[in-house]
Design a protein around this ligand. Structure first.
Ligand code: UD1
Length: 427
């Protein structure tokens, strides 16, 4: 298991290009199954989660190849409709193959994904929706851990989502693209990553209206065709590095930024005192002082403040000149960094009933050995380490590699003292 060592106290300076988006790449990779031909995906991040999805494509019979950050997928011979159980346990996003394989083969067998470190993460909305589209479902395997779904015809229907779930919206769209009739999704998720999978599918010949809104309409087509598609950049990686500059202080120009997807994050960072100048694809951030606190920060579906940025903001607010409150509205177990930040001297109280954290800012954090419990939590501990006095070791760094191409390279470019190290070199 690898760790990351950060020696705090260096300001961040310079210029950095933001990588392609993980949460856009994963559903688009699943969607390539619907196209019985070739897909070229440009600006695709080289991260563990993408490698897992590409492995599943290979297991399903696709041919894949990389050239730099361009991923080539040929799905012509993808004859298999069963996703191996270990793939689903490795990565929750593999549930997106549910809709994609149903659309392609009218049949899918896939393991029922368990919860993960950030919450229970059920898939009842996904299953309820596809049932309404004339798909039969049965639980199979020992202890009913697998779901087998099949149909002779997928028939479009009206779907009302109780909550604008990102994964459910994507799975419904994937199921509907090659269906008979029209599917209308009410209360659809408006996240850019839903828009992105729609953009890919439309490029490949799908008929989809209303992307980016809460009402999406998918009119089934007979088939898709070859497509060359550029993925957008990663709004959460950009947000993470912006928060890193805010915490460590300094002056950085980020390029290749998906600026219009970062509205709520930029608004919050400005409130903490950062000076931010943004264009369509660049963001310049300057941080000179201790951050200002945020009275109340709630995570919400897009365009609200993203749950995927909550941990990074918490690290920053640990250093604020006053008290801040964060309420996590999306996932029930996303405060796992709190005990780790306390090891570094943070003053945080938790109200687990309300999923609320009250953070009393301290003037200085101290380096410590801490544990990354999930992807964004790990990145947030690195942010705390950059601003802390002394050395911080973030263990279980593999979870960070799920979403960041090379966080050590990126932050070193900006002048941080940060490196990978193996567990046995930790004193
Ligand atoms: C979520 C985030 C997404 C983020 C991703 C990875 C939201 C709305 N979604 O997407 O921005 O990029 O995690 O961290 O912020 N739920 C059910 N039943 C279902 C599906 C979801 O009860 O069938 C609940 C979940 O438990 C959760 C909420 O709905 O409380 C949002 O889940 P959903 O948007 O589906 O999660 P992801 O697609 O993983």
């Amino acid at each position: 298991m690898s760790s990351i060592e950060v020696i705090g106290g260096e300001q961040l300076k310079g210029e950095l290009r933001i990588q392609g988006s993980k949460n856009a790449a994963l559903p688009v990779i699943a969607a390539t199954i619907l196209n019985k031909g070739k897909s070229i995906l440009r600006n695709c991040p080289k991260i563990l989660d993408v490698y897992h999805m590409v492995n599943i494509l290979n297991e399903l019979g696709c041919e894949t190849a990389w050239d730099g950050n361009t991923l080539y997928v040929d799905s012509s011979n993808a004859a298999c409709s069963s996703v191996p159980e270990e793939s689903v346990s490795k990565m929750r996003s593999s549930i997106l193959f549910l809709g994609a394989l149903l659309g392609r083969h009218h049949e899918v067998t896939i393991a029922y994904p368990g919860g993960c470190s950030i919450g229970k993460r059920p898939i009842d909305y996904h299953l309820k929706a596809i049932k309404k589209m004339n798909v039969t479902q049965e639980f199979i395997g020992e202890n009913d851990t697998m779901i087998h779904c099949y149909t002779d015809r997928i028939i479009g229907n009206d779907i009302f989502l109780e909550f604008p779930s990102v994964g459910a919206t994507q799975n419904i769209i994937l199921t509907a693209v090659l269906s008979e009739g029209t599917t209308r999704i009410f209360n659809a998720a408006r996240e850019p990553e839903v828009t992105e999978v729609c953009n890919y599918l439309i490029r490949a010949g799908a008929r989809i209206n209303g992307k980016g809104t809460a009402f999406i309409e998918v009119e089934g087509v007979k088939e898709l065709h070859d497509v060359d598609f550029k993925l957008s950049s990663d709004r959460i990686v950009a947000g993470t590095y912006l928060a890193a500059v805010a915490a460590a202080r300094g002056n950085v120009l980020f390029t290749n930024t998906p600026t219009r997807h970062l509205d709520s994050t930029l608004r919050v960072l400005r409130r903490t005192g950062c000076a931010i100048e943004a264009t369509e694809d660049t963001i310049k951030v300057e941080s000179k002082h201790r951050p200002m606190p945020i009275d109340l920060l709630r995570t919400q579906p897009y365009p609200g403040f993203p749950t995927d940025m909550q941990s990074q903001l918490m690290s920053l607010l640990c250093l604020a000149q006053g008290q801040s409150t964060i309420i996590e509205e999306i996932f029930e177990s996303r405060f796992q960094n709190v005990p780790e930040l306390r090891k570094m001297g943070a003053a945080i109280t938790l109200d687990s009933k309300e999923n609320k954290a009250v953070i009393s800012g301290v003037s200085q954090l101290q380096g410590a050995v801490v544990e990354a419990h999930d992807l964004r939590g790990g990145a947030a501990l690195i942010i705390a380490g950059l601003a802390a006095q002394g050395t911080t070791v973030v263990r279980n760094a593999t979870s960070i590699e799920r979403g960041y191409e090379d966080i050590c390279r990126d932050l070193s470019t900006l002048g941080a003292k940060i490196r990978y190290c193996s567990e046995n070199t930790i004193g």
